[in-house]
Design a protein around this ligand. Structure first.
Ligand SMILES: Nc1ncnc2c1ncn2[C@@H]1O[C@H](COP(=O)(O)OP(=O)(O)OP(=O)(O)O)[C@@H](O)[C@H]1O
Ligand SMILES: [Mg+2]
Length: 346
C-alpha cells in the first residue's frame, strides 16, 4: 500500500488537514478538510481550551476520513526564531554545529537550553579555500511552544512525526525545491500574522513575521463603520481592496493596514536584494486565507511593480477531476497543510 502523509495546520481561524499518498515520484491527493477553530484555540495556554481545540481536530479527522495517527504539523512563524547565517567559512560537521550554537546565542532572545535548535545547510563548499563558504538556515523553536502543540495533538489522539514552521511548509508547496524557479517573495496572510519568505533556487534566504493579518483588517472595518466583527468580516471578503466598490469606503478603511503588510514585504525584498544584489526578486506569491481578498493581487502588483500571483499549493499534486473545482475556491488556505504533507522523511 502507498505510504500516506498527513499535514495538519492548526490556525487561529481554521484548522486544515491534507493527506497525500506517494505514488512513485508524485503525490496524489487522498483527502482534505478544514473546520473553524474554536476560540481562543491555539493561542490559549489553558488546558480546557486546548481540550476543546483537540476535540475539533478529532472531529475534522473523522469527517475527512483520515485514520492515520502520525502527522506533520506546523508551528507558527511568530513563535519561532529563524535566521540565515551566511558568513561562515568551510567547516567540518563538528565545527558547523558549534558555529551555529555560537551564532544562535546572538539572535535568540532566550537561553539556548530553552529552544530546540535545527538547521538546514543551504550552501556548502566541498573543501577549504579562499572562496569556500557555508550558508545555513537555523530554526530555533522554544520548547514551551513545542510542548503545547504536542499536548494538543496528544489530546486529539495524534502524534507529531515532525513539527516545522508554517513558512517552510508553505514554501515547499508553492515553490518546491525547484532550483530554476525565479526568485520569489512569498507572503502568507493568516488571521493573526503575515509571514514572509524570500526564496531563491528553491531555498529560503530570509524570513519575517509581523502581527498584522486578517484580523487587523477586519478590526479596521469594525472601527471605521461601527460594524460587528461578523459584518466587517463579510464586507472584507465581498468588497476587499477595490477602489470602485462602495465609493471606495471599504478600500479607504483597509488600505492603511494593507500598506503595513505591503511595506514589510517591500523591506524583505530590499533586505534580500541588498544581500544578494545579483539575484533580484522577480515575483510575489500571496498565500493564506487573506490571499483571496478581492483586489489584493492587483493592488500589490502596483505597490511592488512585480508580477503577483495567488498561491496554488496543489499544482504538483495529482487529483481527481471532480475535486479540482472545489479546490480552486480555497486554494491558498491549504498551502501550509499541503507543504507539511509533502515533507519527506529525513
Ligand atoms: N475572501 C477573503 N477575503 C479576505 N480575507 C479572507 C478571505 N477569506 C479568508 N480571509 C481571511 O483569512 C484569514 C484566515 O486565513 P488562514 O486560514 O490562512 O488563517 P489561520 O491559519 O487560521 O491563521 P493564523 O495562521 O494566523 O493562525 C482570516 O482573517 C479571514 O478573514
Ligand atoms: Mg495559518
Amino acid at each position: 500500500m502507498a505510504k500516506i502523509n498527513v499535514g495538519l495546520d492548526i490556525g487561529f481561524s481554521s484548522i486544515k488537514v491534507v493527506s497525500l499518498a506517494k505514488d512513485q515520484d508524485r503525490y496524489k491527493l487522498v483527502s482534505l478538510g478544514s473546520t473553524p477553530s474554536p476560540q481562543p484555540g491555539i493561542i490559549s495556554d489553558v488546558d480546557e481550551d486546548l481540550e476543546v481545540l483537540a476535540d475539533s481536530i478529532k472531529k475534522l479527522f473523522t469527517a475527512a476520513n483520515i485514520d492515520q495517527r502520525e502527522v506533520i504539523a506546523a508551528l507558527p512563524e511568530s513563535k519561532v526564531f529563524t535566521r540565515v547565517i551566511d558568513d561562515l567559512p568551510y567547516l567540518t560537521d563538528a565545527e558547523l554545529s558549534s558555529a551555529i550554537h555560537y551564532a544562535a546565542e546572538e539572535f535568540i532572545p532566550m537561553p539556548l537550553s530553552d529552544v530546540n535548535l535545527n538547521w538546514q545547510v543551504l550552501v556548502r563548499s566541498e573543501a577549504k579555500g579562499r572562496n569556500a563558504k557555508t550558508v545555513v538556515l537555523v530554526i530555533a523553536s522554544p520548547k514551551n511552544a513545542v510542548l503545547k502543540y504536542i499536548k494538543v495533538l496528544d489530546k486529539a489522539g495524534l502524534r507529531a512525526k515532525v513539527l516545522e514552521t508554517e513558512i517552510i511548509a508553505v514554501t515547499r508547496s508553492l515553490v518546491g525545491n525547484d532550483p530554476f524557479s525565479p526568485s520569489t517573495l512569498i507572503m502568507q496572510l493568516g488571521a493573526t500574522t503575515t509571514d514572509f519568505a524570500a526564496v531563491s533556487k528553491g531555498l529560503i534566504w530570509l524570513t519575517r513575521s509581523i502581527s498584522t493579518g486578517g484580523i487587523a483588517l477586519t478590526r479596521s472595518l469594525v472601527q471605521h463603520f461601527n460594524f460587528e466583527m461578523n459584518q466587517a468580516e463579510q464586507y472584507k471578503k465581498i468588497y476587499g481592496i477595490m477602489e470602485d466598490q462602495l465609493e471606495g469606503k471599504v478600500f479607504e478603511a483597509l488600505k492603511p493596514v494593507i500598506d503595513i503588510i505591503a511595506g514589510e514585504g517591500r523591506r524583505v525584498i530590499q533586505a534580500f536584494e541588498t544581500k544578494y544584489p545579483s539575484n533580484p526578486i522577480k515575483r510575489v506569491i500571496v498565500s493564506g486565507g487573506g490571499a483571496k481578498m478581492p483586489g489584493l493581487v492587483i493592488y500589490l502588483a502596483n505597490v511592488f511593480g512585480l508580477e503577483v500571483q495567488e498561491a496554488d499549493p496543489w499544482y504538483s499534486i495529482v487529483k481527481e477531476k471532480d475535486v479540482v473545482l472545489k479546490l480552486s475556491q480555497d486554494n491558498s488556505s491549504y498551502s501550509a497543510a499541503v507543504g507539511l504533507a509533502l515533507r519527506t522523511e529525513d
